[in-house]
Write a protein of this length. Structure first.
Length: 133
């Protein structure tokens, strides 16, 4: 796992050393799942003389979602603190030491980004493909 300089100093790791077993556990694995998908906006013009027509170019949005495991609810993850996630970060990480240079939410985001991404609905074009005889 790649670590920034301040986290390395806080953990007391030397330059060549990496995370050991006791540090590699991610506390979010049991509570959350990371989903990533790309959504395509419909591309309709909202104002002006061409209102309602389709745009020439499509707009794509990349979205990261956090899925709560017991309930299955999804929350969009952003880089600035979100009300529900800020309280979740404090709840999940209450017994862990958090580096002095990070807030609980920033540490939560770092751990969240290290979770493996389950690909969600990735805008499949054309729907089902059938074999033609």
């Amino acid at each position: 796992m790649k670590l920034d300089r301040l986290t390395r100093e806080w953990l007391g790791l030397e330059e060549g050393k990496e995370y050991e077993d006791e540090f590699s556990y991610n506390p979010l694995e049991t509570h959350y799942r990371r989903k990533y998908f790309i959504s395509r906006s419909h591309g309709r013009i909202k104002n002006g003389p061409r209102k309602g027509e389709k745009r020439f170019r499509k707009h794509w949005r990349e979205v990261e979602l956090l899925e709560r495991l017991p309930s299955g609810k999804h929350i969009a993850v952003k880089d600035h603190p979100v009300k529900r996630l800020d309280s979740d970060a404090e709840e999940v990480l209450h017994d862990q030491e958090i580096p002095a240079h990070l807030t609980p939410y920033q540490h939560f985001l770092n751990l969240f980004r290290k979770l493996p991404a389950n690909s969600g609905k990735k805008n499949e074009r054309g729907g089902k493909k059938t074999k033609r005889a």
